[in-house]
Design a protein around this ligand. Structure first.
Ligand SMILES: [Zn+2]
Length: 450
């Protein structure tokens, strides 16, 4: 482990690192982080087109003397610091959504405008800012000579905007199953987030019988069959479950389409696309049965209901199919990982952390929701500017987030044990399989049975 600076502490002596040290070191890299983030913004990186941004991150990690930098088969990049046995990761997805209507932008989305301490541009908030802070946290660990039995991976994941969780399903199943926990660096306004609602994409199809449009009474119009189903879905939304922390489950129709032999014919099929958000306690089976019930209430019991599958190739041409079911996940406020995160926050920034949740969905759906690996959120910028023409990240947030990530590493290694992170403390510690242990550590409220 080379360091450009004399270590201020030795191996195993990380407790003596005062909070100023993390923040001071992060402050030292303020201008480098600004430059790096502006560079990332200048490289358009919509889902499945992230190769150039991956290469730019690789260059930065190599410059900062990471112990290893790998681009995996899926196209994710991961830089490693440390060679110990306790493995954990800090994740930033590095794809962005498109710009939408260019006329709604007051500046060039790919310039990286800096004004009054804020960097503007596509992806600044959601969420290349998190990648920048995590990348420099790795360097800070090296500068400070933070030793110990750990390997921390700074991951730039791809395809998240198109299929949240998929890059991490790949990482945890194919590349690195030993990872104990993950920090998700999506925007949290520097708060610690401990969960969010899950989601599903469901299609409902009605079948009709086409005939010439001049004599519609000869056929069965699939659009008319769908009409009462549409009304029932609207009404279903009002009945869905509420959770005090995560909020209400919702369903909305995001698309409707029909097929027919011509525009002068009766439609022979009609399909609606449902965006279903799942709150605590709402399972995949429950969500599907509710939609089937809505079709029955509409008097169309033969409507077909199916969960969609994602199969788009990544920039490396990898196809890794995933059902479009993204489970809800939430950690208790007193889960050891959340307690540890709050301690790392206090150590890095000298204040009490605020604990909250995201409105949107993140890679946590696979990390915690499908794989049972505990995770939490901490990121620069505010969720509210994500996907908008106001996409932005305060420079101060980059500095503070880098200090927090660096502080988290020794705090985690010193204050937690592997079994403690995985086990629910309230439960008796009986010997269980690895999968069962991980399942217990997270209140994965809508486990799919995968
Ligand atoms: Zn995001």
């Amino acid at each position: 482990m080379k360091s450009q600076r004399k270590p201020v502490v030795g191996r195993g002596a990380t407790k003596q690192v005062s909070r100023q040290v993390f923040l001071e070191r992060a402050e030292h890299y303020r201008d480098d982080m600004v430059r790096f983030l502006r560079d990332l913004i200048r490289i358009p990186s919509e889902s499945a087109q992230e190769e150039k941004v991956v290469r730019r991150i690789q260059q930065e990690m190599e410059k900062l003397q990471y112990d290893e930098v790998v681009i995996d088969g899926f196209g994710n990049i991961r830089g490693r610091v440390g060679s110990g046995r306790r493995k954990f990761a800090i994740d930033a997805h590095i794809d962005t959504v498109g710009v939408g209507d260019p006329d709604t932008w007051k500046w060039d989305p790919f310039e990286g405008k800096v004004e009054n301490g804020i960097i503007y541009g596509r992806g600044a908030c959601d969420q290349t800012g998190g990648m920048v802070s995590a990348t420099y946290a790795g360097r800070i660990l090296k500068d400070l000579g933070i030793g110990g039995d750990y390997a921390v991976y700074m991951v730039g994941s791809v395809m998240e905007e198109d299929c949240d969780g998929l890059p991490w399903l790949y990482i945890l199943r194919e590349e690195n199953p030993g990872i104990e926990c993950v920090i998700i660096t999506e925007p949290t306004n520097l708060q610690i987030y401990r969960g969010h609602r899950g989601r599903m994409e469901i299609e409902v199809t009605t079948k009709g019988l086409s005939c010439h449009g001049s004599a519609p009474e000869r056929g069965v119009n699939a659009v008319y069959k769908m009409a009462p189903v549409v009304k029932e879905i609207e009404s279903l939304n009002t009945r869905l479950r509420h959770d005090d922390f995560l909020g209400k489950g919702t369903v909305t129709i995001s698309d409707i389409r029909a097929t027919s032999p011509s525009l002068c014919a009766v439609a022979d099929s009609c399909t609606i696309h449902l965006d279903r958000r799942l709150t605590a306690g709402e399972t995949k089976a429950l969500a599907v049965s509710e939609v089937k019930d809505a079709a029955r209430r509409a008097g169309i019991p033969d409507a077909q209901v199916r969960i969609l599958e994602y199969q788009r190739p990544t920039w490396t041409k990898k196809v890794y199919p995933m059902e479009k079911y993204y489970p809800t996940w939430v950690l208790r406020e007193d889960h050891p990982l959340i307690v540890c995160a709050a301690e790392a926050y206090q150590r890095a920034l000298g204040e009490r952390a605020k604990i909250g949740k995201w409105t949107f969905s993140t890679n946590g759906v696979a990390v915690a929701g499908l794989c049972g690996v505990p995770c939490f959120g901490f990121g620069p910028a505010e969720e509210s500017t994500a996907h908008s023409p106001m996409d932005q990240c305060p420079i101060d947030h980059l500095v503070k987030a880098a200090a927090f990530y660096a502080s988290f590493v020794p705090t985690y290694v010193e204050t937690t044990r592997r079994d403690q992170i995985r086990l629910d403390d309230a439960r008796p510690k009986v010997k269980k399989s690895r999968a069962a242990l991980s399942a217990r550590s997270v209140r994965s409220v809508t486990r799919s049975g995968r």
